[in-house]
Each structure stands twice: as C-alpha cells, then as structure tokens.
Design a binder for this molecule. Structure first.
Ligand SMILES: NC(=O)C1=CN([C@@H]2O[C@H](COP(=O)(O)OP(=O)(O)OC[C@H]3O[C@@H](n4cnc5c(N)ncnc54)[C@H](O)[C@@H]3O)[C@@H](O)[C@H]2O)C=CC1
Ligand SMILES: O=C(O)/C=C/C=C(\O)C(=O)O
Length: 486
C-alpha cells in the first residue's frame, strides 16, 4: 500500500477525511499506485463550506491589496519549488516533466500573479443621466464558491479557477481531479505558509460522484466553476439550475485545424500544427484533433506531417527527450484504444500509430499509445464527432473555403479552431464564420490571460479569463443617486 496519504485543507488545517475511503493515486508511466487521496464525504464538504462561510465576510472586507499580495506570495512559493512541482505533476499525470516545467507550473504561477494584478486594475462602470442622476456599479463577491478541475492540466486549471475567485473576494471550496490530486494538495500546504486566513481556501479531495456532487449540491456554495467532460458539465448544470447557482462550464472539444494551400508551412509552423494535435498526449481540450487540409496540397502536406509525427518520441515522462508521456489512467487508455478500434471499424486508414506502446524498464506497465493519424473518414463518423482526448488526429481533405467552414462547423462542439493561411481577408472572414469560442490564426495555444476563454454549443457555458472571470465571481449592484431636482 502506498505510504503517502494526501490531506484535505479545511479551515486552515490539513486533515484527513471524516470517514471517506482512500483512493489509490497511480503513476501512469508505471501503472503503479504511489499515493492515496481521500474520497471525501458530504460531511467533509459541509465542514469546508461552513469554514468558507465563516471566513467570507472577513475576506470580502480584506483590502484588494492584501488579497493580491497573498496571491503573489503563493505564486512565489510555488515558483521557488518549480522542479518539485513539475516532477510531481509529471508523476501524477504521465505528462513529460519538461512540459510540466515549461508549461503547467509556470502557467499556474502566472494565473495567480495575473489575477492578483487584475484585481488591482479592475474598474466598475458608471452611467450618468442627463436628468441629474448618476449610477455606479458595485461588484460584490458571491460568498462561497466551488471550483472543480480536471486531470489533464492539473495545477494549471486548478489555479485558473481559484485565483480569480479569491482575488475578487470569495472564499473557496475547491476539488482537483481524484486522478491527479497531488499538486493541488501541495499548493494547499503552501497557502498556509503564504498566510491565507483559515477557511478562505479549502481543498477537498475526492471523486466526482461523491465529493464533487456534494459541492454542487451544498446550499452555501453560490457558484460553480467547472472544467471537464461535457457529460459531467450537463449533470452539474441540472443540479445547479433549481438552486439558481451560477455556473461556468468549460467542457470538451472536437477542434478543427484548417490548413489552406496558401499557408506558410515553414518547419516551425508545421511543428506547431503537430503540437496542436499531440501536445500533452492530445489531452488538452483545445487540441486540433480534426486536421482539415486543402485538397491541392493534401498529398505533399500529409507526407511532411507524417514524417514529423513519426519523429515524436513516446517515452518515460522523466526523460528530457520525451515528447509524449503516458495517458493519464488505465480507464482513459482503454477509452482511447476503443476509439482507435472504432475508427478502424468505420473504415479509417491508420497512417501511423494505432497501437499501444510497450516500453522497457520502469515504464513496462505504463499506459502509452503511439501518436496516431487516420484518414479516409467522413466528418459525420463517430471518430470525427466524438471527443477522443488522446494522441489521435484525423486528416480530412477539403476543396474550398465554403467546404472548410462547413466541415469545421459540422460538430456539436464549439471550443477552438486554428486556421493556417497567408490571406488576411480570408483570416478575418473565417474568424467571423467559424462557430468556436477561440480562433487561432497561424498559431495555436497562444494565450493572453486577459482574453475571454471558453466555448459554445457542447463545449461550454460562459467565459473564463480576465474581466470575464472577475465578472463571473461577482454580483453587480447598481447604485443610483439623484443629485438634482427635475
Ligand atoms: N477540459 C476538458 O475538456 C476535459 C475533458 N475531459 C473529457 O472527459 C472524459 C472523461 O474524463 P473524466 O475524468 O471522467 O472527466 P470528468 O468531467 O468526470 O472530471 C472532471 C472533474 O469533474 C469531477 N466530477 C465528475 N463528476 C462530477 C459530479 N457529478 N459532480 C461534480 N464533479 C464531478 C471530477 O472528479 C473531476 O474533478 C475524457 O475522456 C475527456 O474526453 C476530461 C478532462 C478534461
Ligand atoms: O486556459 C488555457 O490556456 C487552457 C485551458 C485548457 C483547458 O481548459 C483544458 O484542456 O481543459
């Protein structure tokens, strides 16, 4: 049995669950359990919500400067232990440690710093009336809010939620994924060192149907910020609606990457197109899993693209040369393998990959899948409609702009699209026509934290990022003052 047991953070104390069972936490690269986390009960969530409720008036009245400086302090403490956080994130999720060090942990630090700065620069509106009155808007924190994050970018998305919630004066009950609970637990310990008052940040570990559901149902929790699957998002929305809780839902995607014949297909750009499909083993909701290529360059593009995909090194996440690590869990590995089998059944032609990879040595029992590229499937096949969330990309040829837009938009999801063209007019035209919350032109995952982030259709409800997140976590109150008799 693993000896490391993660604690909950409730009311400023690290503590075990009041009776919930322990869950094994696995290292995907080896398939072995290395820690345990509690499957916290409704009683744990209730204790966290009560602590948060008690802390809420004091935290809301705390000057923004103080809230911001605590967030900066937490960011500094994480940054000072960057290597430790990156190693832990990699071990817990299967992602390459180089990626955790370059992307996940620095972004978590940036999230905290960004919202610490954003709250200091945030303005509320005023509206003057010619009749002799002025309105101004107060933005009050909601009180206690719930933040539920997934396993693919564990600390990155956990901080993306708690930072704006805390900055805008809310107290928080947060739950990371039970599949990757470790870095959030370490952040919890550092939040005590940073000096957050008891009850302001509570972290309750556990599974979705137990701990997560108790958070959604708790009457003291006024809003839920969630990232994860569309199915879970729908269930959260259904539970929250009759209680009139605010929800922000960031869910799945089936994103198109569209390559026109006039694109600048430099080596660097081709690398980005490959990365957009396979970064983090394809386990990013923004990954371009449908690669649409204009017919006139299809054959030559396919050869260059496949050559690059074949060069990707799947290996031990601890090794610096590894491009793709292990899939996050046995269950997810099985799901992605089933999707590949389904693509074959649908008549897909596997151009590369298409199989699990057996590594040697310490990773012999890990959950690795070769980067897989498939062609020959119509856009309305299950393979091209369902989110796979793994290292699997399909190639789809198109004739012209109209067809590219129709195929790109022909999905129930609406999260992100990327577009490769040197025609500026086309870029603007398609930017307006593509039904996605984010459209990247000649780039992918280029993030400015001030921009609205999120999707439409089955990809999401609401937007995160910048002022959108601060608006979500606050309630506007209009004050109208008449200063002149009519
Ligand atoms: N960002 C994204 O778009 C993500 C998409 N996915 C997709 O979802 C599929 C399934 O992955 P899962 O881990 O099962 O995702 P999930 O949506 O079940 O899990 C995400 C988070 O929600 C929590 N959760 C689950 N059920 C809940 C409930 N009833 N109430 C409250 N919280 C709940 C989980 O514990 C976790 O913290 C993946 O194969 C992938 O396709 C998964 C993770 C992230
Ligand atoms: O905010 C970002 O930069 C990325 C967010 C990614 C997700 O929400 C995801 O993969 O689930």
């Amino acid at each position: 049995m693993p000896s490391t047991r993660l604690a909950n953070l409730i009311d400023g104390r690290l503590q075990a669950s009041a009776g919930g069972p322990w869950l094994d936490v696995y290292e995907p690269a080896t398939g072995a359990a290395f820690a345990q986390c509690p499957d916290s009960s409704a009683a744990d969530v209730d204790a966290a919500a009560k602590a948060a409720q008690q802390a809420a008036p004091g935290w809301a009245a705390t000057p923004a400067e103080t809230r911001a400086s605590l967030l900066h302090k937490l960011a500094d403490l994480i940054e000072a232990r960057l290597d430790e956080f990156a190693a832990l994130e990699s071990r817990d999720s299967g992602k390459p440690v180089t990626l955790a060090k370059r992307l996940d942990i620095p972004r978590a630090v940036s999230n905290l710093r960004f919202f610490a700065a954003a709250i200091m620069g945030w303005e509320s509106e005023s509206h003057a009336m010619e009749s002799g009155a002025i309105n101004y808007t107060l933005r009050r924190p909601l009180g206690v809010v719930g933040c539920i994050s997934p396993w693919n970018l564990p600390l990155y998305l956990f901080t993306w939620k708690i930072a704006p919630a805390l900055a805008s004066g809310n107290t928080v009950v947060a739950k990371p994924s039970e599949i990757t609970p470790c870095t959030a637990a370490l952040l919890g310990e550092l939040s005590l060192e940073a000096g957050f008052p008891p009850g302001v940040l509570n972290i309750v570990q556990g599974r979705g149907p137990t701990t997560g559901q108790a958070i959604i149902e708790h009457p003291a929790i006024k809003a839920i910020s969630f990232t994860g699957s569309t199915r879970t998002g729908a269930s959260i929305a259904a539970t929250a609606a009759p209680q009139f809780k605010k929800v922000s839902l960031e869910m799945g995607g089936k994103n198109p990457a569209i390559v026109f014949a006039d694109a600048d297909l430099s080596d660097a750009n081709l690398d980005t197109i490959v990365r957009s499909g396979f970064a983090n083993q394809g386990e990013i909701c923004l990954c371009g899993s449908r690669l649409l290529v204009q017919r006139s360059i299809y054959d030559s593009f396919r050869e260059r693209y496949l050559a690059k995909v074949r060069e990707l090194r799947v290996g031990d996440p601890q090794e610096a040369a590894t491009d793709l690590g292990a899939l996050v869990s046995r269950e997810h590995f099985d799901k992605v393998m089933r999707c590949i089998a389904q693509a074959r059944e649908e008549g897909g032609n596997i151009l590369c990959g298409g199989a699990a990879l057996k590594l040697e040595g310490r990773c012999a029992d890990g959950w690795f899948i070769a980067p897989t590229v498939i062609e020959g499937l119509a856009n309305d096949t299950l393979t091209n409609q369902q989110e796979i969330f793994g290292p699997v990309v399909t190639l789809i040829p198109f004739e012209d702009e109209a067809q590219a837009v129709a195929v790109a938009n022909g999905t129930g999801y609406g999260l992100a699209a990327s577009l490769w063209t040197q025609d500026l007019s086309r870029a603007h035209r398609l930017g307006a026509q593509l039904e996605f919350g984010i459209v990247w032109i000649n780039c992918w995952l280029l993030r400015d934290l001030r921009t609205p982030f999120g999707g439409s259709k089955q990809s999401g409800l609401g937007r995160e990022g910048g002022a959108e997140a601060l608006r979500f976590f606050t309630e506007p109150r209009n004050i109208c003052i008449r200063y002149q008799e009519k």
